[in-house]
Design a protein around this ligand. Structure first.
Ligand SMILES: [Zn+2]
Length: 207
């Protein structure tokens, strides 16, 4: 049999990851719920890095993240740059978040951790402090800067589709569900990447 140029591309994996947190810029009030509904409608799964303080403030939405099958990770409690914290405050922050996330979602977020702002994510001292607490830092390959004022749904979607396709199998995409642009971009991202042969996986399926 000869290969036709119309053969479907081999499936490749993309991990959509969301920092679920208190927005520090103008936020879409129902952004996180809207993102969850889009993922469910389009039968896509993702990984949710949950801020502990956010989980305390939004327990039913936090429970819903896990109930819909998304993987739960830890995004710190206070969302401070981790390199600013003393060793004691570092441990307290990570464990406060862990307890708040477990209480709200019913899931242990270990070993998935993402440093706020990516601060310290390359720092061996921070990585080993996380390791002692049972975590591994989870970085990303694709950052569409969806929180920027100028970001629009189509501009964010275009960046993600281009960069994830360029990266290929195993691309990890960083998103913020509380921004206006992400809610608008997500349907375009899911449909566009699927058309390019991608399938969506959680971080634990990439390991
Ligand atoms: Zn964050």
């Amino acid at each position: 049999m000869t290969k036709s140029p119309r053969t479907r591309p081999a499936p490749w994996r993309v991990a959509l990851t969301f920092d679920v947190e208190h927005g520090d810029r103008p936020a879409h009030p129902d952004g996180t719920r809207h993102v969850l509904e889009t993922l469910t409608e389009r039968e896509a799964v993702g990984t949710m890095f949950v801020q502990g303080r956010w989980a305390q403030a939004n327990p039913s939405l936090a429970e819903d993240l896990a109930a819909r099958g998304h993987l739960i990770g830890n995004h710190s409690h206070h969302h401070a740059p981790m390199s600013w914290l003393s060793p004691k405050a570092f441990k307290q922050d990570v464990q406060l978040a862990e307890r708040a996330i477990r209480r709200a979602t019913g899931h242990d977020p270990r070993p998935w951790f993402r440093c706020p702002f990516g601060d310290g994510s390359e720092d061996p001292a921070i990585r080993s402090a996380l390791d002692r607490l049972g975590y591994q830092e989870t970085s990303w390959h694709v950052d569409p800067f969806d929180w920027r004022g100028k970001a629009t749904g189509p501009s964010v979607a275009r960046l993600i589709i281009e960069q994830a396709t360029a990266h290929g199998d195993g691309a990890v995409v960083l998103l913020h569900p509380w921004t206006k642009a992400t809610g608008r971009a997500l349907p375009l991202v899911i449909d566009g990447l699927r058309a390019a042969g991608a399938r969506f996986v959680r971080m634990d399926e990439l390991a």
